[in-house]
Design a protein around this ligand. Structure first.
Ligand code: THG
Length: 294
């Protein structure tokens, strides 16, 4: 089972963005209802950087969503004033702070909020020098984050480490490095939780093909105990996989990762899609927008 954080309530969306700015609850509450029905475990409320008035926006958004859904919330903003407003407005379950990075000023302000509001926190592996370059750097940063959070009294089980997923069309090596990191985290700090934005991986790929990358990558990460993922809450197939309802596809992908090559002629359409996508994500086949058809 993978905990699913629905990413759809975000300011970049063509319908939700204007509704947030106009404080129009209708489209947001409609979406929150559907995501809840679809089986999301958390709702991510993403207001972006929201430099001005982010606190008012987050306060309004939390209250608006809580009127129609009992799901716990993931408060997604880099503006810590807006983050605190969301934490104050929250009345449903334990909120998830998305996120606190390793940048010193963010840690300094973000960490005390975690304990004050009894929240969970996403430890975003982004430091002084930006993004980690490989799995070893990610592991070192994860240990550093957990150590500093523990020092402040936050138990490791409240920390969800996010190694930051990058688009496969930008750098296929980073996709592999995310997998390698996930296997390392389970060995170094088994009590720490993990989270990853799956849609980042397919960013830039044709819209109708993105779900294939998201789903197969999630299955690959599940091999190493992925705890949660930020997902498209309208992708019902992906939610089914996360809930453990596609064991045969999970087994197929994990077998391929173990080096067992299935006979492509024996696979049905869906299995073939997983097979081809696994090979692309493993770096065995170069990614191109026609990876499913060639
Ligand atoms: N880690 C953490 N938080 C995150 C991310 C992460 N928050 C933001 C992002 N990554 C996850 N959220 C989204 C939200 C939308 C999309 C991708 C990731 C997306 N939207 C479509 C697009 O841009 O084409 C459609 C937008 C719409 O709704 O109209 O792809 O990695 N901790």
């Amino acid at each position: 089972m993978v905990i699913c954080v629905a990413e759809n309530i975000n300011i970049m969306s063509k319908t939700i963005g204007p509704a947030m700015k106009e404080r129009n609850p209708g489209p947001i509450q409609d979406m929150a209802r559907v995501l809840t029905e679809n089986g999301a475990d958390y709702l991510d409320l993403n207001i972006g950087p929201a430099r001005k008035g982010g606190d008012e926006m987050m306060d309004w958004l939390v209250k608006t969503v809580q009127e129609v859904s009992d799901l716990p919330l993931s408060l997604d903003t880099t503006n810590l004033v807006a983050m605190e407003a969301g934490l104050k407005a929250n009345t449903k379950g334990k909120p998830l702070m998305n996120s606190v990075s390793l940048q010193p000023e963010r840690l300094e302000k973000g960490i005390p909020m975690v304990t004050q509001y009894k929240a969970d926190v996403i430890g975003l592996l982004w430091g002084k020098e930006g993004m980690p370059r490989d799995a070893d750097e990610r592991a070192a940063m994860a240990v550093d984050f957990i150590y500093q959070a523990n020092e402040a009294g936050i138990p490791t089980s409240d920390i969800w480490i996010d190694p930051i997923a990058t688009p496969i069309c930008v750098d296929a090596n980073q996709v592999l490095s995310g997998l390698e990191f996930m296997s390392m985290l389970g060995e170094i700090v088994p009590e720490a939780k993990s989270i990853l934005g799956l849609s980042n991986v397919s960013n830039g790929a044709p819209e109708d093909l993105r779900p294939y990358l998201n789903r197969t990558y999630m299955i690959m990460l599940m091999k190493y105990g992925l705890y949660s993922a930020i997902v498209d809450g309208y992708d019902k197939e992906l939610l089914s996989i996360a809930k453990g309802e596609r064991p045969e596809h999970v087994k197929l992908v994990h077998d391929i990762m173990d080096g067992n090559k299935p006979d492509p002629a024996s696979l049905d359409q869906k299995e073939l899609e997983h097979y081809k996508t696994t090979r692309v994500l493993m770096g065995k086949v170069l990614f191109s927008n026609s990876w499913l058809t060639t």
